[in-house]
Design a protein around this ligand. Structure first.
Ligand SMILES: Cc1ncc(COP(=O)(O)O)c(C=O)c1O
Length: 397
């Protein structure tokens, strides 16, 4: 038989996050009491007003195709949101609504990358960036933001990584997995390099609403009109409004890029689900009270759980400023408890301590593990007790 699969998918690696979640589920089904700290989604229901808007739209018969790039009323709600929250002005032809921020990013790389074009991806990164870039024929170029530099890259690192082939840099602030946020000044410095070297900026702002310690989210597109012109802002309602399953995301940026993305969507997904689009209109136009309540819940969990994680022997951890993840460096903990790698340590945590965490190797950061605090405080505290007991029982100086 001829080769079944295209070369394109031969090196495709499945999401590590989903793999651990599947393993944890398997153990749970065997009756083992596993605590999952792998979650990449808020543990709250979608707010009631959004559910009602979705039902009302179905009852009114709005269940047919919409324009491929999204309902005009939703684009208007997004334009208003960008003006209100980010002081950014866009026109309808500069907005596309897609099937979650993930698919919007996928479509974006498909329309901006030629074979061999390079995209700079800061480490630690969200698992899908490298795969999406490669699927579009691009080449990921990694730049490491070490823990010592708060998991952020410097302007000099960015400058050094840019070549003739560089098309774009991805900025994800607040970051998954590190929870770190670039300051306005840091963004301005990175933007200066992007402008000088004439590259695009892909700004993934999906965790915009989950920021702590009084920090305010700032979009790199706000720096200047010139920077806005070379930035594609990607965002959505998954994390902000606890709407992961509704699959709505959007991009805002250059009209020609948005048109190409819309044309591509018209031959791939068509529109994103009509009901979900109506729900998102309410998410943006309705009360934002529940968004703030969810943010506060995450922040209070972080306050409780952070010092406990930091106190586990060998752990080196920075206090995150956003998102809902902690990214402790556990290389010393793994070594002192007899594991050759952090991956092995994470596997043992699952099978022996029954706590599921995501090994950082999937984020380009093999000395770390990612712990999600999108779960109840009670479970978080029990998980930390288990990890601590596991480490103390095995620790050898
Ligand atoms: C950094 C980052 N970007 C994008 C996404 C995708 O979000 P969506 O559910 O809207 O596709 C996620 C989801 O985990 C994420 O963590």
């Amino acid at each position: 038989m001829k080769q079944l699969l295209a070369n394109r998918v031969k090196t495709l690696t499945p999401s590590t996050t989903l793999a651990i979640t599947a393993k944890a589920k398997e153990l749970k089904e065997q009756g083992i009491d596993v605590i999952g700290l792998g979650a990449g989604e808020p543990d709250f229901n979608t707010p009631q007003n959004i559910l009602i808007a979705a039902k009302e739209s179905m009852d009114a018969g709005y269940t047919k195709y919409t324009p491929a790039g999204g309902l005009p009323a939703l684009k208007k709600a997004i334009i208003d949101k960008l003006a209100r929250d980010n002081s950014l002005t866009y026109k309808a032809n500069e907005i596309i609504v897609g099937v979650g921020a993930k698919h919007v990013l996928y479509t974006l790389f498909q329309v901006i990358l030629n074979e061999g074009d390079e995209v700079i991806i800061p480490i630690p990164y969200w698992v899908s960036y490298p795969e999406q870039v490669k699927l579009a024929g691009g080449v990921p170029v990694y730049v490491e933001g070490t823990q010592e530099q708060s998991y952020k890259i410097t302007p000099q690192q960015l400058r050094d990584a840019i070549t003739e082939k560089t098309k774009a840099v991805i900025i994800n602030s607040p970051s998954n997995p590190s929870g770190m946020i670039y300051t306005k000044e840091e963004l301005a410095e990175l933007a200066k390099v992007a402008e000088e070297k004439d590259i695009l900026i892909v700004s993934d702002e999906i965790y915009e609403k989950l920021v702590y310690n009084g920090i305010e989210h700032y979009s790199i597109a706000q720096i200047s009109d010139a920077i806005k012109a070379r930035t594609i802002v990607v965002n959505g309602v998954a994390k902000s409004h606890s709407m992961t399953g509704w699959r709505i995301g959007y991009a805002a940026g250059d009209a020609a890029i948005i048109k190409a993305m819309t044309d591509l969507a018209s031959h791939s997904t068509s529109n994103s689900t009509t009901t979900a689009q109506y729900a998102t209109i309410e998410a943006y136009n309705g009360s934002q009270e529940t968004v703030e309540k969810m943010r506060q819940a995450f922040e209070s969990r972080l306050e409780v759980i952070f010092p406990k994680i930091a106190a586990i022997p060998g752990v080196k951890v920075l206090k995150p400023q956003g998102a809902f993840y902690l990214l402790p460096d556990v290389s010393e903990t793994a070594a002192k408890t007899g594991y050759l790698s952090v991956d092995d340590f994470a596997s043992a945590l699952l099978t022996e301590a029954n706590v599921a965490v995501i090994p950082g190797s999937g984020f380009g950061s093999p000395t770390t593990i990612r712990l999600s605090y999108a779960t109840s405080l009670e479970l978080l505290e029990e998980a930390v007790r288990r990890i601590e007991a596991f480490v103390k029982a095995k620790w050898q100086d």
